[in-house]
Structures are given as structure tokens and as C-alpha cells.
Design a protein around this ligand. Sequence first.
Ligand code: CA
Length: 217
Amino acid sequence: MRILVVEDDDGVAAAVLDALRGRGHGAFRAATAAEVPALLPDAELVLLDLGLPDGDGFEVLRTIRKASQVPVLVITARSAERDVVTALHLGADDYLVKPVRLKELMARVDAVVRRARAHSADQVAEIGDLRVDLAARRVTVGAAELQLTGKEYDILAALARRPGVAVSRQELLLQVWGRADKSVSRSLDVHLAALRAKINRPGLLATVRGFGFRLGD
Ligand code: CA
């Protein structure tokens, strides 16, 4: 995992980077708040020291949260409970109070990584060899990526969020079009026919007679 370590103290930063790299992570450092925005897009996890020379760590956390949902583990010398609460309210995933014990830090990193992976797994639905990446809006069947129209994707995603569950026509229409009148109902049938042809897995996108549709068993 690519981990951004935001830490102004050279000694602490070196120890943390070493420990992370020793566990197979790709760790890199920002020594100041100003360096964070440029490095953020490469980060899959951020370790953020709240005490930085050029800016308030809370402000950095706000900036990160405006740009990204990347997990953030806050490290703070301020042991005051209200700072911890503020950090969590601002979207930190976890926190550690300095002085940091490396063993504990690595355990916390592992836990955040596990949660992040479990969360991203929720964002991908796999039904047979059909794979719907709900975060990236990408759909593959086997090795082939499907080129879907916006509506085709929206219909598929609505069903893929609940594989094996029958979704009523009405609910599907409301989710995709925001209304459920006759004209959009006809559109749904047209899009479904196109979608089934593109997926090309007979029976996978099933009609539940008199009710709606179901993706997978
Ligand atoms: Ca510091």
C-alpha cells in the first residue's frame, strides 16, 4: 500500500518510513502541510501529524477530506480528548497519541488497511464472471470490458448493489430515472434488452414475472 507520512520531525519520519517499508509498504513523506496536496493523489493511506510547522493539522485534514476519501490516521502530541474528537469529526479514521510506539502504529496501520480493503471490496459486485466496479463505474465480463451507455450502467449498478435480490420495476425506474411513468418504463425495456445483449450471459439478468428483475441467483 502507498502510504503518505506527513511528519515534520526528521527522526520520527525516518523511523516510521523504515518500519512501513519493512512491512512492504511504499512509504513517502511530506515534511510540511504545503507539500500534502501534491502528494495526496498517490496516497492510499495518510499518516498525519497534527503538529506541523507551516499549518494547523486540522486544516490539513479538512483539505484532504475535501479532495479524497483516503483513510487518514492522525498522530498527535496533543493528548487532549477534544483534539482527538475534533480529528475524528473531521474524518480521521483513527488516531495515535505521541510518543508513538512503532509496534502499535503498525498494528493500527494494518487495521486501517484491512478496513479500507473490506470497504473497497463492497464497491465491487461479482456475479459469475460479470464484475461491476461501482467505484470506478467499470464493467467487465470475463476479461472483456463492456462499453455501456450511462443508463445501461445505472440499471446494471442498481441491480448489482443487491445481487440475487429481486428489484421491482417501479424501484428500478425510480432509482435510474427518478420517476416511474409509462414512457420511462418502455425505455427501461429497451435498455435492458441492450444490456443483456452486451453482457451476453443468458439468464444472468433475469425477469421476475409480474415484479421486476434480478441479477444472479
Ligand atoms: Ca510535528
